[in-house]
Design a binder for this molecule. Sequence first.
Ligand code: ZN
Length: 263
Amino acid sequence: MIDYTLAVRLLMEDIVARVPALDHVVPQQVLVFARLGRTSAHGAYAACHSLMLPDSEPAYYFWRDRRTGALSRRSEWFVTRSPEVRVGGRRISHLVSIALPRFCDQTLNDTHKAGVYERGREWMAKLDTIVHELYHVDPHQGGIRRTARVDGSPAGQAHTPAFFREVQRIVREYVGSRPDPAVYEFLTLDFDGLVKRHGGVAGTTFRDFPAFPQRYRERLADQPRGPRAAQIVPLPPRTRRRHFTEADLELRQFLPNSTRRLG
Ligand SMILES: [Zn+2]
């Protein structure tokens, strides 16, 4: 069976080593994991999440009385924090998720890449996606290049035309550097092709699949007094985990519509 997330990881290492524009990315601090994304369903092919965003400003939810506009209810105060993921003792700065099998079945027609890459070179669209996620890694702060949402994923305005152009330039620079085809050859096969050749497609996931480490809310120990509201709503009890290590990872096989744990 092909370990798809490992293949992506090794390709990322090669890209980062060959393309100066991405030489700030430390592959050992990027964890690639797989999520289930059906080919027939719409959705992202991949995503990049920063685990290094600072705590959010203290905040609370609130509800207003529709008639008077007064604060009728609010939650307790909280901050939003990043979970900590460590692999081999090293803190992971970014998670990159790959949607399987959808990623493998990406075609040029489905995306803005139709006019960008040569027809019949579908694999370059997949390479573009991988470079795209690496390009989200901020060169300075371990965050997301430009703006990020509170959950650590890139905000919509991160995707400017200049962003897409730079990603395409990096893709061409990488291919032009004559990498060993063995490193990227897995991109040339769609899901069926991979199954035929390797017997199956597997990927690293978190044990509590389909969950994965995400930003969580933490109640402020010292609750500010204000603002006044008729009712203060307690925050729901802690559900999200805060610390993860390699012991929380496992390999799963990905099928067209489901997954199964590999023993
Ligand atoms: Zn993006």
